[in-house]
Design a protein around this ligand. Sequence first.
Ligand SMILES: CC(C)(COP(=O)(O)OP(=O)(O)OC[C@H]1O[C@@H](n2cnc3c(N)ncnc32)[C@H](O)[C@@H]1OP(=O)(O)O)[C@@H](O)C(=O)NCCC(=O)NCCS
Length: 383
Amino acid sequence: MADEAPIVHKGLDSVYVTESSICKVDGTEGKLYYRGYPIEEIAENSSYEEVAYLLIYGKLPKRNELDSFIAQLKAERDLPQGIIEMIASNAAKADPMDVLRTAVSSLSLYDNEAADSSKEANIRKTIRLISKMSSIVATIGRYRNGGGYVSPDAKLSHSENFLYMLNGAKPAPEQHKPVEMMFILQAEHSSNASTFSTLVTGSTLSDLYSAVTSGIGTLKGPLHGGADEEALRMMYTIGDPSNTENYINEALAGKKRIMGFGHRVYKTYDPRARVIKGYLLSLQSNSSEEVRRLTEIALRGEKLMIEKLGQSHGIWPNVDFFAGPVYVSAGIKVELFTPLFAASRISGWCAHMLEYWSDNKLIRPLEQYTGQIGLKYVPIDKR
Ligand SMILES: CC(C)(COP(=O)(O)OP(=O)(O)OC[C@H]1O[C@@H](n2cnc3c(N)ncnc32)[C@H](O)[C@@H]1OP(=O)(O)O)[C@@H](O)C(=O)NCCC(=O)NCCS
């Protein structure tokens, strides 16, 4: 009798792959918690450095612990000359995510601890990666704009320094605040595709740089981290707010996906999207004509999509939908959105990797074979 066919969970939908105490995504209630703290409270009160500490060490730091963590991050900001040169020769012509992935992979060549798999070395590498990835993304943006390398400024916070290395000038608060908020909101999101691929690579007992390089490659796709870029490009294509409904109706009729909507876990409004939208609305009186126009398109698009697909299909705005206009308000160009997402998510990836390695098990799922078996080999001249 033939074996009973196993249940195939396409896309690992609804499959639990591990236990974790880092992040809770409640897709029914639309809630998100970092180490138990609601995302709204974290976004309101915390800094990215504190969030990174929380994710890695599992608790909010005391003042002296945070000061020491920040000092370690600052000490790691500068980039090796070889990485700067690689960015300089590729940034203008290549996809920034490809440059970022290559740069992060190459960082291991400059790290004497790259192959040290002790927990202590992995925490030091985590701090190095958090710090240097932000510098790499800023430097990619800088060279794309025709500038040269800007050395980090140890007086600045993590996200202020990112903007400083990108623009060569200290950021005004209205530029810094949205970038800080996005760093915090994108830092972690349980076993999303890029975190999972980080764990798959790490579970072979490969090293942290290899694991994170896998994560970056996975984040690049438009169904994951690339969605914020696509959502903003769509808003620019719509152009005038009055075209919004026509554009979306036609896109849906043509079976196209509207980027920035829908989620594997949230079947209601993504709480991060709510925070970003709230911030965007708070900006309006002081923002540029461009940001006001993009906001109006976003609001009209949101209303229509919720009417058409919200309650009926569980397709609601996700973190990526309102992110574009917010980044535009901070002067960040669209092609840097996904690299910035990676520079933020690095703390989540590493926190998960450290946690997983504390009780490692090789990740190796099964597949249901549907091909033939027992075929007789035919020599090439007889086929
Ligand atoms: C994120 C995403 C991949 C999750 O989807 P999923 O759980 O794998 O569900 P599916 O891709 O199977 O989609 C289920 C149905 O909803 C539809 N759907 C999902 N997202 C949609 C969107 N953004 N616009 C229009 N339709 C959408 C699909 O077309 C599909 O319809 P069908 O059953 O008639 O074929 C999906 O919602 C998507 O592609 N969103 C756009 C990209 C995006 O914003 N990604 C960032 C996530 S944070």
